[in-house]
Write a protein that binds this ligand. Structure first.
Ligand SMILES: *Cc1c(COP(=O)(O)O)cnc(C)c1O
Length: 355
C-alpha cells in the first residue's frame, strides 16, 4: 500500500475506553448539560431545516463567542472540537516548517506534527513542571513554524506565569505562530487575550468540552486577529460545523450561568481531592488549577489496575518522561471523589501487605 512512512510510523492516540461506573479518566464534566440548555438546543433543532447545509462558517456561533470574550467575531474560528483547530494550525504553519512544544504536554501537538510531517521540537519542562522560557526562545531562534503551549498546562495541571511565556511570545510574528491552548482557562480564571490582542502572531484556543460540559457535542474555537482567522479557515473543510453542533453551542452560550457554578464546585472538590491524596501514604498530588489532579504513587500500573477492579477509571501518565509513577484523576461529582479516595486507600493498604 502507498501509505506514507510518517503515517505508518505513527502510534495511534493513546486511549483505552473504560466502562467503569466512576469515570474519572477524560477530564469530562461529571454533570450533563442543564435541562434548560438541552431543551433550548432541541427547540432550535426542531425549528431548523435539517435538509439545508449549515453556514459555511457558523456566523451566529462566532458572534455569541465574540460577545462572551468581547472579541471581533471575524477573529473567532469555530471547529468541531478544538483538536481539529490544532490540526488546522499545523497545516497552516507547521508543514514544511516546525512544530515547537514542551514535554510532557497534551499529546495531540506531537501526533499532528508527526502525521503531517512537520519537524517536531520538544523542549523538556523545567523542575516543578515550569515552562523553559529561554530554552523555548532559543529553539525558536533557528527555525519558523507553530508553537503550542497548553496554559493551564496538561497533564500537569499548573499555570505557567507570564514571565515564563514572555521569551517565546516575543518571537511571535514573522517566524512564529504562538498558540496558547486554554482548554482549562475557565477553571483557572486565567486569560491570555491581552497578549493575543497585542500580538497578531499569538492566538488562544478554547474548547466547550470541559467547563461547558459539551465533550460529546465537539465544539472548540480560536480567538485571533481577523487576518489570521482568514488564513486558518482555509485549512478547515467547508460546512464542517453541523447545524446540530451549532444549536447546542448557541443554547449553552445563551445560558452560561451553569459554567460559573460548576467551576466553583470543581475548585472546592479539587481541594478536597488534593488534601485526601496528600493524606495517603506514599501519594504525592501536584498543584492544579484545572478540573484534574496529577499524582504520584509508589506503583502506578498496580494502583491503576486496583482502581479499575474497584470500578474506578483514572488515566495513566507514567509512560511520559518526567511523569514516572504518575496517574491523573478528573475532579468528579462529590460522591465520585469519595469513592475514588476510598478505593485508592484500599488499593494502597492491600499493596502494603503484599496482597
Ligand atoms: C481536553 C483538551 C482539549 C480539548 O479538545 P476538544 O477536541 O475540544 O475536545 C484541548 N487541549 C487540551 C490541552 C485538552 O486537555
Amino acid at each position: 500500500m502507498s501509505i506514507r512512512p510518517s503515517v505508518r510510523a505513527l502510534t495511534r492516540y493513546h486511549f483505552t475506553p473504560r466502562t467503569s461506573s466512576v469515570k474519572l479518566d477524560q477530564n469530562e464534566s461529571p454533570f450533563d448539560l442543564p435541562e434548560v440548555v438541552k431543551a433550548a438546543a432541541l427547540e432550535r433543532l426542531q425549528a431548523s431545516a435539517w435538509q439545508r447545509y449549515p453556514d459555511l462558517y457558523p456566523r451566529a456561533v462566532q458572534e455569541a463567542i465574540a460577545a462572551r470574550h468581547r472579541w471581533d467575531p471575524d477573529g473567532v474560528v469555530v471547529t468541531n472540537g478544538s483538536n481539529v483547530l490544532l490540526q488546522a494550525l499545523v497545516i497552516v504553519a507547521g508543514i514544511g516548517q516546525s512544530v515547537l512544544t514542551v514535554a510532557p504536554t497534551f499529546s495531540v501537538y506531537a501526533l499532528q506534527a508527526r502525521l503531517l510531517g512537520a519537524e517536531l521540537v520538544e523542549v523538556p519542562l523545567d523542575e516543578g513542571f515550569a515552562l523553559p522560557g529561554n530554552a523555548l526562545a532559543e529553539a525558536a531562534s533557528r527555525r519558523r513554524g507553530v508553537a503550542f503551549i497548553a496554559n493551564p498546562a496538561a497533564p500537569t495541571g499548573n499555570l505557567h506565569p507570564r514571565e515564563q511565556l514572555a521569551p517565546l511570545v516575543e518571537r511571535a510574528g514573522e517566524d512564529w505562530l504562538v498558540v496558547i491552548d486554554e482548554a482549562y482557562a475557565d477553571f483557572a480564571g486565567s486569560d491570555h487575550l491581552d497578549l493575543v490582542a497585542r500580538n497578531p502572531g499569538v492566538l488562544s484556543v478554547r474548547t466547550m468540552s470541559k467547563a461547558f460540559a459539551m465533550a460529546g457535542t465537539r465544539v472548540g474555537y480560536g480567538l485571533m486577529s481577523p487576518d489570521l482567522a482568514t488564513e486558518v479557515r482555509k485549512a478547515l473543510l467547508p460546512f464542517s460545523l453541523s447545524s446540530l453542533q451549532a444549536a447546542v453551542a448557541l443554547a449553552a452560550l445563551e445560558r452560561p450561568e451553569y459554567v460559573r457554578e460548576r467551576v466553583a464546585l470543581t475548585a472546592q472538590e479539587r481541594q478536597r481531592l488534593s488534601d485526601g491524596l496528600r493524606d495517603l501514604p506514599g501519594v504525592v498530588p501536584f498543584p492544579s488549577v484545572t478540573n484534574f489532579v496529577l499524582f504520584r504513587v509508589p506503583d502506578a500500573p498496580r494502583v491503576y489496575d486496583g482502581l479499575l477492579q474497584r470500578d474506578v477509571a483514572v488515566r495513566r501518565q507514567d509512560h511520559l518522561t518526567g511523569l514516572e509513577g504518575c496517574l491523573r484523576v478528573s475532579v468528579g461529582a462529590p460522591h465520585e471523589n469519595d469513592i475514588f479516595l476510598d478505593a485508592l486507600q484500599d488499593v494502597l493498604s492491600k499493596e502494603a501487605i503484599g496482597g
